[in-house]
Design a protein. Structure first.
Length: 134
């Protein structure tokens, strides 16, 4: 898997996704995002549903990378906790496979600001499916 593989799709371009690393031992992916100004609400922070998109992207790629690109998760649910307002500009997100079974996958994600402060956390329960296009 390479940087280009991890950033396919118009949605990834919109979110300013950049693949940073994958740790196969912990099945953790690190991705960088740039929240564009159009994501910012009148309160001055990224809209919550778009924050969930950052977390979903990282959690999903953790599973994709852990399976060598063969599988992609199909979410059954995503739970998110916003800890601080998410600013425009550079962000870092980690996604990790907590447990992967034949029928269910458990994932988690964390979103950080440029200083390393945790802004949001999420978990997801998903179904392993063949990765589209493989």
């Amino acid at each position: 898997m390479n940087e280009l593989t991890a950033t396919q799709g118009a949605h990834a371009e919109l979110m300013g996704v950049r693949f940073v690393s994958f740790d196969s031992e912990t099945e953790t992916v690190t991705m960088a995002f740039t929240a564009p100004d159009c994501f910012i609400t009148p309160r001055g922070a990224v809209q919550g549903g778009l924050v969930a998109g950052f977390l979903d992207e990282a959690m999903g790629w953790a599973h994709v990378m852990a399976t060598g690109g063969v599988e992609a998760p199909l979410n059954l649910d995503i739970t998110m906790t916003l800890l601080k307002m998410v600013p425009a500009g550079p962000l870092t997100c980690t996604g990790r496979v907590l447990r992967r079974g034949k029928r269910v996958i458990f994932l988690e994600g964390e979103l950080f600001d440029a200083e390393g402060n945790v802004l949001a956390r999420s978990t997801s329960t998903a179904i392993p499916t063949p990765r589209p296009g493989t």
